[in-house]
Design a binder for this molecule. Sequence first.
Ligand SMILES: Cc1cc2nc3c(=O)[nH]c(=O)nc-3n(C[C@H](O)[C@H](O)[C@H](O)COP(=O)(O)OP(=O)(O)OC[C@H]3O[C@@H](n4cnc5c(N)ncnc54)[C@H](O)[C@@H]3O)c2cc1C
Length: 186
Amino acid sequence: MAYRAGAQIANMEFIQFHPTCLFHPEAKAFLISEALRGEGGVLKLKSGETFMEKYHPMKSLAPRDVVARAIDNELKKTGDEYVLLDISHRQKDFIINRFPNIFKKCLQYGIDMTKEPIPVAPAAHYFCGGVVVNPFGETNIPGLFASGEVSCTGLHGANRLASNSLLSASFMRTEHSSGFRDFFLK
Ligand SMILES: Cc1cc2nc3c(=O)[nH]c(=O)nc-3n(C[C@H](O)[C@H](O)[C@H](O)COP(=O)(O)OP(=O)(O)OC[C@H]3O[C@@H](n4cnc5c(N)ncnc54)[C@H](O)[C@@H]3O)c2cc1C
């Protein structure tokens, strides 16, 4: 809508993909936290073979964008729809206490992550681009403001880091005559 109204838009091709979204026909965009890989979860193909060692020295602990691209590449090569994220080698109690929500959600879909790997695939997660704004949320159209994920402040570049989407919140201030605003813009 902002584009149609003549607002300046930027970086719309910079769509961040989360590497590990639960793959299940009934699950709607449920993310399997990256903390799971932090606690020893290993990415595998359906055959059980690991593959991240081909892409990054940190293997399954590689950064989000590297892992998402690696999975996408493997899925294209194998023709599979998902890969597996396996933490079943850790103690059952540890898994349940550390990831209670993921455990419950997976079980709801018939996957017991304490005994078997979780099917996952990358999923569109965050738009780094959007409606171009200045630090006050102002667009190039007088009176039209944008803040949050819809905006493009440029702070995230092409690939947002995890857990910092608040950076897209602009300092909203509508008093154009504000001395602070003038000082900031200078
Ligand atoms: C699954 C998931 C997990 C995430 N986890 C994290 C995380 O751990 N840490 C982190 O920092 N970020 C995370 N993010 C990103 C972060 O949650 C979002 O960037 C942030 O919530 C966006 O907030 P927002 O208010 O800008 O937009 P939204 O929350 O999308 O709000 C926009 C609102 O506008 C409404 N709307 C749309 N069109 C219209 C219309 N025409 N008229 C009226 N209303 C309309 C929508 O219904 C919605 O309520 C995650 C995102 C997803 C999808």
